[in-house]
Design a protein around this ligand. Sequence first.
Ligand code: NAD
Length: 377
Amino acid sequence: MPNVFGPPHKGAEHVIQGGDPPVPPGASRFGSHEQVVFCQDEASGLRAIIAIYSTALGPSLGGTRFYPYKSEDEALADVLNLSRGMAYKNALAGLDLGGGKAVIIGDPATDKSEAMLRAYGRFVQSLNGRYYTACDVGTFSEDMDIVARESRYVTGRTVAHGGAGDSSILTAFGVFQGMRAAAETVWGAPTLRGRRVGVEGVGKVGHRLVEHLLEDGADIVICDVNQAAVDRVRSAHPEIEVVADAAALIRTELDVYAPCALGGSLNDDTVPVLTAKVVCGAANNQLAHVGVEKSLADRAILYAPDYVVNSGGVIQVADEIGGFNFDRAKARATGIHATTKKIFALAADEGVPPAVAADRLAERRMTEVGRLRGILL
Ligand SMILES: NC(=O)c1ccc[n+]([C@@H]2O[C@H](COP(=O)([O-])OP(=O)(O)OC[C@H]3O[C@@H](n4cnc5c(N)ncnc54)[C@H](O)[C@@H]3O)[C@@H](O)[C@H]2O)c1
């Protein structure tokens, strides 16, 4: 793809909607996306892409990823993929929100500035509420406070600024609810008591998940590439077992494997050697490629779809739109238990893996509820 930002020019904005620009017959660069917006502010160095996959259920919501993409193609592919994922996640979280996502191209450690974030905020505002932003990899609540100085359509701000704060709180809680649903399906009771759970990655979400699991009576084994993260968990709970790395964790005797680090941990190498009967964790895009969901089902391993069980975070920040109320957000995140059970039941009924059942349920809600907008008010 040519450099869509073109030669530098000030305050440039190029909005691509529908069939603009022309695409080869039968192919669309933007798949089924509603709108893709390229935003540039030369002076602050901002180069961002905002992708709106769907507003069938309401304004789109998804975080801003600040990442040193090697090319615009790579950034575009990521934002298209992530925004589609948000539409499915928000649909199954029961939110009246569609799916969107944004990427800022650059190194957050060196390129981020107040001017750049505020320039970005003005582009978010220009979409007039079709897209609400939030934190993602490389952006933090403090950044959202700055973006919010230019736009009303910002979530994930700090508590001091009326925001929902750290979304890992309800993300971990939601993963725990999904795991309870999986335990009920496999072992007949919604508890992890006496089960051995392997948590890969004990960062913001993983260490909170460990707390829920300990309270429920599970035995825990962890790993993390960051020794400080391991030490934090071990100093609070010396009884927790630690293994060297993710490869060792997957091979160790487990009842549940909880990937809470990076995506792609379920692949052609790991699924055949996995000992766990349940996979349920926070990481996004756990399945390395299409077909892994079937390999898991063939080995009778119950996979709780990642975007369903990790939706507690988006539930937390979405609540900010109406004025944040933690108890209300937590009550909604508790519903992840029921949603996960519904997906397992549909998967059994329709003879498909849970990942396929989740997609079907999400598409059904987008179609059935989205259709109601056709009734003129
Ligand atoms: N924070 C949220 O609200 C949220 C919401 C939805 C999904 N997620 C996803 O959950 C995952 C964890 O998010 P987080 O906010 O806890 O991130 P984090 O960066 O705080 O924690 C990730 C942890 O994984 C560790 N890690 C990285 N590579 C590893 C490896 N190969 N083996 C073992 N450990 C490794 C890191 O050292 C870190 O401690 C991510 O995939 C994220 O996209 C997070």
